[in-house]
Design a protein around this ligand. Structure first.
Ligand code: PDD
Length: 283
């Protein structure tokens, strides 16, 4: 069965999902997106993702082209018609189609496109990250589709044999990864960068913060340097499709024992348990 994509109210075969040349998402990256993992027909932390979507839209003065209720109905229907058991939904809302001009168009209907892709959570295994300069704009808290610096840093990671690149700001602090939040562990203390316009407030990060506290760990939202990361006992990254991946190497330095650590394992297990409970009908 061919994949089905949602384009402005229509369900179309994936290969025919055409976007207008003057869609501002295409010409100016003038839009926002969300990625939500699902199992069965349930989305993980759906309401938190949709809250963040609305916040991103508000920051860019783009309106949701349909009601939130209608959006949820289409999200669920898209998963059903694609008959995918586990995967993620990618949704993008651009300012819409208008004659090319940098200023906001006086009239434009925002475009909503959505697709579904089959995938499981990334397997729990030790990965390598590299560090590189954070070259992004000043509003990384907005989930904008403008991702060129992220793309370039990720490619640098791949070229250097790593899974992800950690981005380092002008002060020498690790902000986050190209598409993941960054964490280090020192004993029972977990550190992740504080909420700011310099990072995306990851939904998985929020969830892990709560789970870590309930497991008795202390979470501190505090910036850390690459040097501090080298000295950590464990390090990991988090995102929707990779809820917790242990980092065993940063650049050429081994982290901890060079194997995934106990804190990472406990927290990943707690996250998977949480997902099972939240999506209770899925076994
Ligand atoms: N990325 N930081 C950045 C820059 C991200 O793009 C993402 C998500 C995260 C983690 O956020 P969350 O836990 O809400 O997924 C952090 C998505 C998955 C992507 O671009 O594909």
């Amino acid at each position: 069965m061919s994949r089905i994509t949602f384009i402005n109210g229509k369900y179309v075969p994936h290969g025919e999902s055409l976007i207008h040349i003057e869609d501002r998402g295409h010409q100016f990256s003038d839009g926002v997106y969300e990625v939500i993992h699902f199992k069965g027909t349930q989305f993980v932390d759906e309401s938190l993702h949709l809250e963040r979507l609305q916040k991103s839209l508000k920051e860019l003065s783009i309106s949701l082209p349909l009601s939130l209720e209608a959006l949820k109905i289409h999200m669920h229907r898209l998963v059903q018609v694609n008959r995918v058991e586990e995967g993620y939904i990618y949704m993008q809302i651009s300012r819409g189609i208008a004659a090319r001009d940098h200023a906001f168009p006086k009239k434009a209907q925002p475009s909503l496109t959505m697709m579904v892709r089959r995938c499981s959570f990334a397997p729990f295994q030790g990965i390598k990250v590299i560090t590189t300069k954070d070259q992004r704009w000043g509003r990384c808290d907005v989930k904008s589709v403008s991702l060129l610096p992220n793309v370039l840093a990720k490619q640098e990671a791949i070229t250097r044999g790593a899974y992800e690149a950690w981005l380092v700001d002008e002060k020498g602090f690790v902000t986050e990864g190209c598409s993941t939040n960054a964490w280090i562990v020192a004993g029972d203390i977990l550190l992740t960068a504080p909420e700011s316009t310099g990072i995306l407030k990851g939904i998985t990060r929020e969830r892990l913060k709560n789970l870590a506290s309930s497991l008795g760990f202390t979470v501190q939202e505090r910036s850390f340097t690459v040097e501090q990361a080298y000295l950590s006992t464990e390090a990991f990254l988090s995102s929707t499709n990779a809820p917790l991946l242990p980092i065993v190497q940063i650049n050429d330095r081994t982290i901890g024992t060079g194997k995934p650590g106990k804190v990472s394992l406990a927290l990943r297990n707690a996250y998977e348990e949480f997902v099972k409970e939240e999506l209770h009908q899925y076994v």
